[in-house]
Design a protein around this ligand. Structure first.
Ligand code: SF4
Ligand code: SF4
Length: 357
């Protein structure tokens, strides 16, 4: 019977080996050591004696087809037709001939790209989709990246930070945003406004009720139609009800703000992984250049650069100097709202691993 069973077409992530540079494939798992000859370039030496130079160049992630063609043409010319995107939207070219390193960097810079982002630099800001790709953002993400990286370009091109700095942005408060040394995340400050005329046609009311982490949403009849109501005293303005029910409009040009968090670290290379912590709230969500958020990020980076010891990540630096000193040197106001004194999470948040529909 088994051979008669239907086999679905495999549509998962393809095997990455087929896209690797042949020299990388040949030496996979056989590396002897690596060096960092200059910002934006890594040298890997294999036990076989093969040497590979990786040249890293930044992009803003959401790319038009013309820019992609330009990048791949450079790959055809210098890197045997191979190109690789990193999770921080950098493009990496792998070459086996040292004499091509400088010409490749020149070709990239002549075409308007920036080489850097290695070792103790500010890496490219990782970002979520923003206005272009997602249906629930409260701000753009690639726009924030572009405007911030324009001002941090020297920190991307050079390795002047005490350690690597990962910055992330997130264009809603609840979904795919990451955490990092510094994170710029959306912060809603008002409960959702409900368009009652649309709820009955658009929303699965039980799904929306189940979404709320603090049980603030109840079914209600409004103007004779089934709708929903929000207990605004309980609402924490998380925005979780908006994706399953767009008539629960929470994005707002004035009331949707940005919050800045610091000290998140996934790595456990020198110290344990840490969660990021809120340091600035209610920052204006101010496109197209987000000057207020950028000024805070630059201020934090300046103090970190001057005050941290070599190889301290931002969380290590703050651990050493303490939070009062962090707020003192960065000039950020410390308020009672920075203190996480809420004890109700265990009782009221959906903290189980059960999947709810
Ligand atoms: S962070 Fe939120 S708004 Fe941004 S892409 Fe992810 S789900 Fe969409
Ligand atoms: S914004 Fe969050 S807390 Fe408020 S009603 Fe919606 S899901 Fe509940």
């Amino acid at each position: 019977m088994a051979q008669d069973m239907r086999h679905p077409i495999e549509s998962g992530c393809p095997d990455g080996f087929q896209y690797m540079h042949p020299s990388m494939r040949r030496n996979y798992g056989q590396w002897k050591y690596h060096e960092h000859p200059r910002p934006g370039v890594l040298l890997h030496v294999a036990h076989s004696g093969d040497k590979l130079w990786t040249v890293k160049c930044g992009t803003q992630r959401i790319l038009d087809v013309f820019t992609l063609r330009k990048l791949t043409e450079i790959g055809d010319k210098f890197a045997d037709g191979y190109i690789r995107f990193t999770i921080r939207s950098n493009v990496e070219y792998v070459i086996t001939d040292e004499t091509k390193v400088e010409p490749l960097i020149k070709a990239l810079e002549d075409a308007g790209f920036v080489v850097g982002g290695t070792a103790n630099s500010v890496a490219m800001i990782s970002h979520t989709q923003g206005w272009l790709h997602c249906d629930i953002p409260g701000t753009d993400a690639s726009g924030v990246v572009k405007s911030m990286m324009d001002e941090l370009i020297e920190e991307f091109k050079n390795c002047n930070m005490p350690n690597r700095v990962h910055i992330t942005t997130s264009c809603c408060q609840i979904n795919c945003g990451g955490q990092g040394d510094i994170a710029i995340n959306v912060q809603h400050t008002k409960p959702p406004k409900i368009n009652h005329d649309l709820v009955a046609n658009v929303c699965e009311r039980p799904t929306v009720v189940a979404r709320c982490p603090v049980a603030a949403i109840r079914p209600a009849m409004v103007n004779g139609k089934p709708s929903l109501e929000v207990d605004e005293k309980k609402c924490i303005c998380c925005g979780a009800c908006f994706p399953p029910c767009p008539p629960m409009q929470i994005n707002d040009a004035e009331e949707t703000k940005l919050a800045i968090w610091v000290g998140g670290n996934h790595s456990n290379a020198r110290s344990k992984p840490t969660f990021q912590k809120l340091v600035a709230a209610g920052v204006p969500n101010n496109p197209p250049r987000w000057p207020e958020a950028t000024a805070i990020v630059k201020r934090i980076l300046k103090e970190y650069k001057e005050g941290a010891k070599d190889w301290e990540r931002i969380n290590d630096w703050i651990d050493r100097i303490g939070w009062p000193r962090f707020f003192e040197v960065t000039g950020l106001p410390f308020t009672k709202y920075h203190i996480d004194n809420w004890t109700g999470a265990r009782n009221s948040l959906n903290a189980s691993t059960h999947i709810r529909f």
